[in-house]
Design a protein around this ligand. Structure first.
Ligand SMILES: *Cc1c(COP(=O)(O)O)cnc(C)c1O
Length: 490
C-alpha cells in the first residue's frame, strides 16, 4: 500500500501537505455544526449539502448563525474579561464591511456588540435592521456631506474622522445644525501588519488616517494628528471622544496591536496634558486573523485580549493616566469561519506542467495539474485575484477513498486568473455534478461579489438549530436586467 505522502506533487507549494484523510474536515477551517454524515456527505446541523443545493441552488454561501453568534459573543466576553479592571470592559464593533445584511446586524446587536459602518448604504442596512444610532460608528476616508448628515440624523455614536479636511467639514455641518458631532480621530501610528509580521515605519504613505510623524505638515512641527487634535478641541460642533487606529488585516501575532496601543496611549497622554482635555475612549481597530488553510494558526480571542490588556494596563500605569474606554472592530474573525461556499463541479481538465523547481534532472519532466471548474468563481470570491489569498476545499456531496490528486479549483469567468483555490488535494474521482465546499468564505467574499460576466450573485443561507433560511436571496436573471435601460422592461 502506498502512503498518502507519496502522492505529493512537485507542483504543490511547500506548505501544502497531502491530507492523511481527504474526507476529514480539518479544524479550525470549518464552522461549528459542520460534519460528515454516516454516508460521508458534508452536512451542517444535519442538513446535507445536497439538500441545500436542492432547495437553494449553487453557488451558495452557507453560514452557521450559531457559530456567528458564538464568535461574536466570544470576542465580547473575552475582551470584557481581560479589560474589566482597566476600563470596565470593551465595546466591540463588528466591522460590517466584512459581511452585512439586516439579519447579521440584528445578531450583532442581540449578542451585545455594536456595528461599524463606512458608507450611507451600510447605514441604511443598520437603519433597516433597527440598530439604534448610539450603537453605530461611521468610517470612511471620503464621507460625503449626505453621509455626514445621515449619520447626524441617525445620532450615530461616533464618526471616525480620517483627515483635517473632513474634520472641518463635519464641524461646519454639525454646528450649522446646532449640534456637536461625536468624533474619533483615526491616526496612523506607523505600525503595519502584514499577515504574520508587522513592520514599524516613521512615515505614512497611504490614504487612511492622520499621520503621527512629527514633521508631516511643516507647520510649527506639528504632526497631522496633533493638528487635528488642536482643531477638534477648538472647533464648534465637535465633541472629541478619542483616538482610533486600525493597523491591517489577517494579523496573527498580538505584537502589532500592542505597539499601536502603546503609541496611541502615549500620544493621548501628551495631548491631554498639552491641551487640558480628557479623551474618554480609544479604539484599537480590527484585523484578527483566521484560518483559510490548515497551516494558518489563529489565536483564540482570549489570548489576544489578554496580551492587549497587559500592554494597555502597563502603558497607562507608566504614563500615570486613567485608561480610556477601549473599543475594537473585528470583522473577519467573527464572520470569516462561519461560512462555506457550496459549488457544483462542471468541466474537468488535466494539464501537464514542468515543476520549475530544478529537481527534475533534464527539466523536461512534467506533472499533472487537474483543473476543476465550478459554477461560480471570482464574482463570488475575488480574494484570490485581489490578494493572492489561499483557500482550501473538500469534495462535499460524498466521501471518497480514491487517491489524492493535486487540483486547482477555478471559476467560470473569462479570466485565466479566475482561481478559487490555487492548490488543494482532492480525490481522484471528483466528477461533474459533485459538490465542492470551500470554507472560510464568510468575510470579504459575498461583500466583494460582482456580476462579472453577468453571473447572478449567490444567496446566503443561515443555518441554526437544524433549520436553514435565506438571509439574502440569490440574484435572478431579472435582477441582472433590471437596471438596464436600453430596451423597455416589460
Ligand atoms: C476593515 C476594517 C476593520 C475590520 O478588519 P478585519 O480584518 O475584518 O477584522 C476594522 N476597522 C477598520 C477601520 C477597517 O477598515
Amino acid at each position: 500500500m502506498t502512503t498518502k505522502a507519496s502522492h505529493a506533487s512537485p507542483l504543490a507549494p511547500e506548505w501544502l501537505a497531502v491530507p492523511e484523510d481527504l474526507n476529514a474536515l480539518q479544524a479550525p477551517l470549518w464552522a461549528a455544526g459542520v460534519d460528515r454524515t454516516a454516508e460521508g456527505e458534508v452536512a451542517i446541523d444535519g442538513i446535507t449539502v445536497s439538500e441545500l443545493k436542492e432547495q437553494f441552488g449553487t453557488p451558495l454561501f452557507v453560514m452557521s448563525e450559531t457559530d456567528f453568534r458564538v464568535r461574536a459573543r466570544g470576542f465580547k466576553d473575552a475582551f470584557d474579561a481581560a479589560f474589566a479592571d482597566i476600563c470596565g470592559g470593551v465595546d466591540v464593533y463588528y466591522a460590517g464591511k466584512s459581511f452585512l445584511c439586516t439579519a447579521v446586524a440584528q445578531w450583532v446587536a442581540e449578542e451585545g456588540l455594536r456595528l461599524d459602518t463606512c458608507s450611507g448604504g451600510e447605514l441604511a442596512v443598520a437603519a433597516r435592521a433597527g440598530i439604534p444610532g448610539s450603537k453605530l460608528s461611521l468610517h470612511g476616508n471620503n464621507k460625503s456631506d449626505t453621509e455626514i448628515n445621515r449619520a447626524l440624523d441617525m445620532k450615530v455614536g461616533r464618526i471616525v474622522v480620517d483627515s483635517l479636511d473632513e474634520l472641518q467639514r463635519i464641524a461646519r455641518i454639525a454646528s450649522g445644525r446646532g449640534e456637536a458631532a461625536k468624533i474619533m480621530l483615526r491616526l496612523t501610528p506607523g505600525v503595519h501588519a502584514h499577515t504574520h509580521e508587522f513592520i514599524a515605519t516613521a512615515h505614512e504613505d497611504q490614504k487612511f488616517g492622520l499621520s503621527m510623524a512629527g514633521d508631516t505638515t511643516g507647520e510649527a512641527g506639528l504632526s497631522a494628528a496633533e493638528e487635528a487634535v488642536a482643531a477638534a478641541v477648538s472647533a464648534p460642533g465637535i465633541e472629541l471622544l478619542g483616538l482610533h487606529c486600525h493597523i491591517g488585516s489577517q494579523i496573527f501575532e498580538p505584537d502589532g496591536f500592542a505597539l499601536a496601543a502603546q503609541k496611541l496611549l502615549a500620544f493621548q497622554a501628551a495631548m491631554q496634558g498639552k491641551y487640558g482635555i480628557v479623551m474618554p475612549e480609544l479604539d484599537l481597530g480590527g484585523g484578527y486573523g483566521i484560518a483559510y488553510t490548515p497551516v494558518d494558526t489563529p489565536r483564540p480571542a482570549a489570548e489576544i485580549a489578554e496580551a492587549m490588556a497587559a500592554v494597555v494596563r502597563a502603558t497607562c500605569a507608566e504614563l500615570g493616566m486613567e485608561a480610556p474606554r477601549i473599543s475594537i472592530e473585528p470583522g473577519r474573525a467573527i464572520v470569516g469561519s462561519t461560512t462555506f461556499t457550496l459549488y457544483e463541479v462542471g468541466t474537468l481538465k488535466t494539464v501537464r506542467v514542468d515543476s520549475g523547481n530544478g529537481q527534475d534532472g533534464d527539466g523536461n519532466v512534467t506533472y499533472p495539474r487537474r483543473y476543476v471548474s465550478v459554477d461560480g468563481g471570482m464574482s463570488d470570491n475575488p480574494r484570490p485575484v485581489l490578494y493572492d489569498a489561499d483557500y482550501s476545499a473538500v469534495l462535499a456531496s460524498r466521501g471518497s477513498v480514491e487517491e489524492p490528486q493535486l487540483s486547482r479549483v477555478v471559476g467560470k469567468h473569462c479570466e485565466s486568473g479566475d482561481i478559487v483555490v490555487r492548490d488543494v488535494y482532492l480525490p481522484a474521482d471528483v466528477a461533474a455534478g459533485d459538490l465542492l465546499a470551500v470554507p472560510g468564505t464568510g468575510a470579504y467574499c459575498w461583500a466583494l461579489s460582482s456580476n462579472y460576466n453577468y453571473l447572478a450573485r449567490p444567496g446566503v443561507v443561515a443555518v441554526r438549530d437544524g433549520a436553514a433560511r435565506l438571509i439574502v436571496r440569490g440574484e435572478t436573471e431579472e435582477d441582472l436586467l433590471n437596471r438596464d435601460m436600453g430596451v423597455a422592461n416589460v
